[in-house]
Design a protein around this ligand. Structure first.
Ligand code: SF4
Length: 460
């Protein structure tokens, strides 16, 4: 998934771009917890700070006092392309003879990574990581420096040849570029603070935290260039760069990934999730004593479901917020430990109750199985599981870590078998048609992990 931010201050003496970028990254922490970093212009050249760990751990007060800048980009990483190590963390920085001149942070995944990298390696371009952000950066830098293309033309060339998902911010010395893939797969927005500072970010919660105002979504196939003379948007026709007429926004951003207080693809995320819950309730035949979400991403789905049926809603499970998101943890062993450390039922509350337990999705099923067991062991009489999305049967190749078909329980088992595995009294998912009925403008969305129809191609 990952989160990105880019800050440009018109007043060069403002020098708080790096701090604002870090604040924005702090709000994007839910998008990746493995590593984080910023690149910024120090008045002469680009500087880079990146480390494994959370934003609040990496950017302590000592670091914050040393990074004055009027332009900066930042990244929080959730590993997909390339293993979990500092070499694959972003931003990536590229030196040339006069010092570091290019830096880039990107959210997404490139499906034809291997072939593009081999092409560049054949041109004597050297790679230090397995990360697609480095590939994007070196592709643009190569065509700019070695072939004499402008930065904008190099990005256009990239858009023609790269298949996949990329919302990207790039520094070329003290100039900022922002561009988004022709399918608009990952969210990407532009905000402005006091007519003085441009802010590019993955989600609106990242601009809210620095009190910037939402201006617009960066459009698919749009390249925005900001420098001392102002901002310029170069809007290319996405249909000339993609194999279908429509965008392919990731619908899972609305179901699970994005923060409920964000606006993503013009949808208030919390309201979208309430609608999922309402839709899920329409076919309900179990009247339970209480509706309980698996917190936090299912909270609004459960709320919408309970409201529609007029049932009691309660936070029967309390989440320990100091443990990372289960789905995001890169290793299975870490995921397993997280589950038992992460949730605890309200004492005595579940005793003798018929419980409807709402979750946003089932990917591997291991987490939910443990939660159902936990709810039962605290006295629930019946546990009925309802899922606010369809069965996740297919892996994602566009920036989400569901790498194999075998890992996806819905690819291997029927609904009845999954209910048995979870030891739930009943299990029901939202259907794809029900999900599509909630999504406005459904043609512009990707549903590939539910229906296997990959709009941006398959990983090669
Ligand atoms: S496959 Fe699923 S998770 Fe991946 S982009 Fe499409 S909807 Fe999103």
């Amino acid at each position: 998934m990952c989160g990105i931010i880019g800050i440009y201050q018109k007043n060069k003496k403002a020098e708080s771009a790096s701090r604002l970028a870090i604040l924005g990254l702090f709000a994007a922490q839910h998008r990746g917890q493995e590593s984080c970093g910023i690149a910024y212009f120090d008045g002469e050249k680009l500087q880079l700070i990146k480390q494994m760990g959370l934003v609040k751990e990496v950017f302590n007060e000592e670091v914050l006092t040393q990074i004055p800048s009027h332009v900066a980009i930042g990244h929080v990483r959730y590993p997909t392309q390339g293993s979990s190590n500092i070499g694959n963390a972003q931003p990536h920085l590229l030196n040339n003879l006069s010092g570091p001149m290019f830096a880039l942070a990107s959210n997404g995944d490139i499906v034809n990574y291997k072939e593009l990298r081999e092409d560049l390696e054949a041109k004597d371009v050297f790679f230090e990581s397995q990360n697609d952000g480095e590939l994007i950066l070196k592709y643009i830098a190569y065509f700019h420096e070695k072939q004499g293309l402008s930065i904008v033309d190099s990005i256009k060339k990239l858009m023609k040849h790269f298949q996949g998902s990329y919302s990207s911010v790039m520094l070329v010395k003290d100039e900022l570029y922002a561009f988004r893939d022709p399918y608009g797969n990952r969210p990407f927005i532009l905000g402005e603070l006091n007519d003085e500072t441009y802010v590019f970010a993955s989600e609106s919660c990242c601009i809210d935290i620095i009190r910037a105002q939402f201006k617009k979504e960066v459009s698919p196939c749009e390249i925005i260039h900001v420098n001392a003379t102002g901002m310029e948007s170069i809007q290319l026709n996405p249909d000339e760069f993609r194999s279908r007429k429509h965008s392919a926004h990731c619908v899972f951003e609305l179901i699970y990934f994005s923060r409920p207080d964000s606006v993503v693809y013009d949808n208030a995320v919390y309201a979208f999730r309430e609608k999922l819950g309402k839709k899920l309730a329409e076919k309900e035949d179990i009247i339970s004593d209480v509706v309980i979400p698996v917190p936090d991403s299912s909270n609004f789905i459960a709320l919408g479901y309970a409201k529609e049926l007029g049932l009691d809603f309660n936070f029967g499970l309390i989440r320990n917020h100091y443990v990372g998101r289960t789905f995001i943890a890169p290793e299975q062993t870490i995921r397993d430990e997280n589950v038992v450390q992460k949730f605890n039922p309200l004492p005595g509350y579940l005793e003798g109750k018929i419980v409807t337990l709402i979750d946003d999705s089932i990917v591997r099923g291991t987490t939910l199985q443990k939660i159902v067991k936990m709810v039962r062991s605290h006295g629930a009489k019946e546990v009925h599981v309802r899922i606010g999305s369809p069965m996740v049967k297919y892996p994602c190749f566009y920036g989400i870590d569901t790498p194999t078909y075998e890992e996806l329980i819905a690819n291997q088992k029927t609904v009845e078998d999954i209910a048995g595995y979870l030891k739930a009294d009943s299990l029901r998912y939202l259907t794809i048609d029900e999900l599509k009925s909630v999504v406005q403008d459904q043609n512009n969305f990707c549903f590939a992990c539910f229906n296997g129809e990959y709009p941006i191609g398959l990983k090669k």
